[in-house]
Every structure is written in structure tokens, then in C-alpha cells.
Design a protein around this ligand. Structure first.
Ligand code: IPD
Ligand code: CA
Ligand code: CA
Length: 269
């Protein structure tokens, strides 16, 4: 594996250490599902356990780097230059239901730009990673986005809406519109980081989703770009404390996908 940059190396170590405990925890889920209490509390402690292992490893290597992590929030907030962006389990509902589609996602940000990203699917043992200027990889192989030329023949993924979303009607209209313009049914796999990894390695030709958080997408941003793809914010980049609306693609079908999503919204206004 070509993890020959110091940052990627540390991220990899943290990720592998955390994934051992995560796989063990996933093995417990089946037993808990049939118990009357259900696995809810256990999953939230698995989330925290995984996060702690990752954060401890990263802080051991770079004690004064900032951290933005889903469960723990911010650490070393004063450091605005170097920051890790962490989602310890992306795909929690899948994890909770014993569905093997979840990942650890870690991005490294320098001067507000994501420089390195790792997305690890511990069940398939698939490690997606990239460093700015160094290309994107899946385990030992270089990855590239697909070469699909039009939306009609493309495989598109999405996610959401959240149960309490104020954008539900709009999101369903977008789904409707994209569905009418693609031959293969839209995929919804429930782990945004893996959805982005799927675009990067050409399994998906495009992906869009509203109301994501920065930790869902940070690692994916650099992995998609380094794989030759394009990732963009639907209504301009929002503040990281807010939800983000994104479109990612192989670049070629990007405008077609964005125009379709926006067309529907313009019609509604
Ligand atoms: C969620 C997953 C899911 C997406 C949600 C995210 P979590 O992250 O990425 O695919 O639809 O919006 O919140 O909660 O499993 O870390
Ligand atoms: Ca997430
Ligand atoms: Ca999470």
C-alpha cells in the first residue's frame, strides 16, 4: 500500500487500530438485536469507543493539532491551521441493524483545505485513501472515476432525507426527477463516505445528497478530486456548523446532474 506520506501513515494506523474494536462490536450486534433492550446503547458506546481510539492515536502523533469529530466535537480549537475531521462510524443505522455497510472516515485539513483522506470499510477490508497531488487508491490499486458520458446510462447514488428534514418535499422531487432521467434505479446505501468512495472508484457515476455534515464528506472530498472526479456544493459552501448539500460525479456528467436537480427547484420557486 502506498501510504508513504507521514499524515496518511498516522491516519492508517489510527484507522486500523479502531477498526479491530469496531469489527468486534459489529459481531455483538446480532446477539443484541434479539435481546429486548436492542442494540441502541451499545452502538452509541461503540461509536465513542472507536472515536476515542482514533483521537488518542492522532493526538499521540500530533498533540496540538485541532480535531473536529462527530461525537466529541472540537479539540485544540486554537489550532486553525492543522485539523483532523473524523466520523468514527459513518453508516450508524446500518451498523445498528447488522448491515455491513459502514466506514471510518478521517480527513486531514490544512489551511482550510482537505489534504488527505482515508475511508475504511472494515467489513470488505477496503481502504480508500488519497493525498493532494498523489492520486487516489483503493488498497494497492490506483482508482479513477468512471468514464460514463451521459446521465441516462449512469448509476447515481443518494441519501436522506432525515426524518425531521424541512426539505423533504424538495428532496423527493429531486429524486423523482433524477429517477426519470436515469435507466438504472438510484442507489441508497446509507453511508455517505462510502457513497463518495464509490464515485471515486467508478462504481457510482454520481452522487448527490442534501443535509450532510462536514465529517461525512471531508475525506471523500480529496479522494474524489484525486480520482479525477468533481465535488461541489449545491447552494454554495455553507459554514461547517451547518448542513451541506453536495453533488459529486465523474466530472463528465456533473452539469447534467446539477442542472436536473436545480431545474426542479427553480420550477418550484
Ligand atoms: C449518516 C450517513 C448517511 C447519511 C446521513 C448521515 P452517520 O452518517 O452518512 O448515509 O444519509 O445523513 O448522517 O450518522 O451514520 O454517521
Ligand atoms: Ca456520518
Ligand atoms: Ca457517525
Amino acid at each position: 500500500m502506498r501510504l508513504n506520506s507521514p499524515k496518511l501513515n498516522i491516519m492508517y494506523k489510527a484507522c486500523m487500530k479502531a477498526s479491530k474494536s469496531l469489527i468486534r462490536d459489529f459481531g455483538e450486534i446480532e446477539n443484541l438485536q434479539i435481546s429486548s433492550k436492542g442494540p441502541g446503547d451499545f452502538v452509541s458506546s461503540a461509536d465513542k469507543r472507536t472515536e476515542k481510539i482514533i483521537i488518542d492515536e492522532l493526538l499521540k502523533a500530533y498533540p496540538d493539532y485541532g480535531i473536529l469529530s462527530e461525537e466529541m466535537g472540537k479539540i485544540n480549537e486554537k489550532n486553525k491551521t492543522n485539523r483532523w475531521i473524523i466520523d468514527p462510524i459513518d453508516g450508524t443505522s446500518n451498523f445498528l441493524n447488522g448491515i455491513p455497510q459502514f466506514a471510518i472516515s478521517i480527513g486531514y485539513e490544512e489551511e482550510n483545505e482537505i489534504k488527505n483522506g482515508i475511508i475504511y470499510d472494515p467489513i470488505k477490508n477496503e481502504l480508500f485513501f488519497a493525498e493532494v497531488g498523489g492520486g487516489a487508491f483503493l488498497n494497492n490499486s490506483r482508482i479513477r472515476v468512471s468514464k460514463k458520458k451521459n446521465l441516462k446510462n449512469s448509476l447515481i447514488g443518494t441519501g436522506g432525507p432525515r426524518s425531521n428534514s424541512k426539505l423533504k418535499d424538495q428532496i423527493f422531487k429531486e429524486f423523482f426527477e433524477v429517477s426519470y432521467n436515469t435507466e438504472t434505479p438510484i442507489r441508497r446505501f446509507g453511508s455517505a463516505s462510502l457513497d463518495l468512495a464509490n464515485v471515486a472508484c467508478g462504481r457510482f457515476d454520481g452522487f448527490w445528497q442534501r443535509e450532510l455534515s462536514y465529517w461525512d464528506i471531508a475525506a471523500g472530498i480529496v479522494i474524489i478530486k484525486e480520482a479525477g472526479g468533481f465535488i461541489d456544493f449545491l447552494d454554495g459552501k455553507t459554514d461547517e456548523s451547518k448542513k451541506m448539500n453536495i453533488v459529486a460525479s465523474n466530472s463528465i456528467i456533473h452539469n447534467e446532474l446539477v442542472d436536473l436537480i436545480k431545474k426542479k427547484n427553480i420550477e418550484n420557486n
